[in-house]
Design a protein around this ligand. Structure first.
Ligand code: IPE
Ligand code: IPE
Ligand code: MG
Length: 245
């Protein structure tokens, strides 16, 4: 019988994990299925990873579900992805709430259909006091659009040049009040950022998994956390400084 893996070092669990859930399309095509079947399989996988976050003690999870650039995909795929978001909100909300998940949205909400906006806002409202896991859903999200949005808001609020600090910028981002991501995972073997959390990930550790997102299971997730636990984060300092701090 297989023995249980070594426990993860509790003090080295990332507080905030971001995931670029990539490879749904290729997962489907490799099975002779339509791309949307891959997106559905991707949603199924999300359940496993949410449970794993709760089990391993990750407190914030940000998932990249639809980028500002994804609008350029074929219209049927875009329509399918929007439909899946609506469906997931209807179908999974009660269970997520029961599990203590606090749902948040990051991205340009007003760019979605009014009925979807309403569902998202209701889900956020319903779960706002939950504390087990904060789940940020990045849908219609782009890092550059987020920064532009923040700059516009700051100007509209009359923030003066000398008042612009990192703390102030943080407060104007969609992730206001949340810790920066410690670890960004990307599946499907791609080594790029694709406009995800550009500001917030300034000092995140990156991890690339070779498998497509629907195949990224709890064991794979654990491997990412293990590798993260073994990394030395220096934040611009030297190893000696880190060792003596
Ligand atoms: C990620 O999977 C999900 C979205 C971008 C919506 P993809 O759809 O990008 O899958 P590939 O990269 O084409 O395989
Ligand atoms: C990034 O994946 C966006 C999401 C996972 C939602 P893409 O598949 O859209 O990224 P590129 O086009 O390969 O960079
Ligand atoms: Mg992709």
């Amino acid at each position: 019988m297989a023995t249980d893996p070594k426990p993860l070092p509790l003090e080295r669990i990332p507080q905030h994990v971001g995931i670029i859930m990539d490879g749904n399309g290729r997962w489907a095509i490799s099975r002779g299925l339509p791309r949307l079947a891959g997106h559905r399989a991707g949603v199924e996988n999300l359940r496993r990873i949410i449970s794993a976050c709760v089990e391993f003690g990750v407190k914030h999870l940000t998932i990249y579900a639809f980028s500002t650039e994804n609008w350029g995909r074929p219209p049927e795929e875009v329509k399918g992805l929007l439909f899946i978001l609506d469906e997931v909100l209807d179908r999974e909300l009660a269970e997520l709430h029961k599990e203590g998940v606090q749902l948040r949205h990051i991205g340009w909400l007003e760019g979605l259909a009014p009925s979807t906006q309403k569902k998202v806002l209701q889900a956020v409202e319903l779960t706002r006091h939950n504390t087990r896991l904060v789940l940020n859903v990045a849908f219609n999200y782009g890092g550059r659009a987020e920064i532009i949005h923040a700059i516009r808001q700051m100007l509209a609020d009359g923030v003066t040049p000398d008042q612009v600090t990192e703390d102030v910028v943080n407060r104007y981002l969609y992730t206001a009040g949340q810790p920066d991501p410690d670890l960004i995972i990307r599946t499907a073997g791609e080594l790029r950022v694709s406009n995800f959390l550009l500001w917030q990930a300034a000092y995140a550790e990156y991890y690339a998994a070779d498998v497509f997102w629907p195949d990224f299971d709890k064991a794979q997730f654990r491997r990412a956390l293990e590798q993260f636990a073994g990394r030395e984060r220096r934040f611009g300092l030297t190893s000696a400084q880190i060792a003596s701090s």
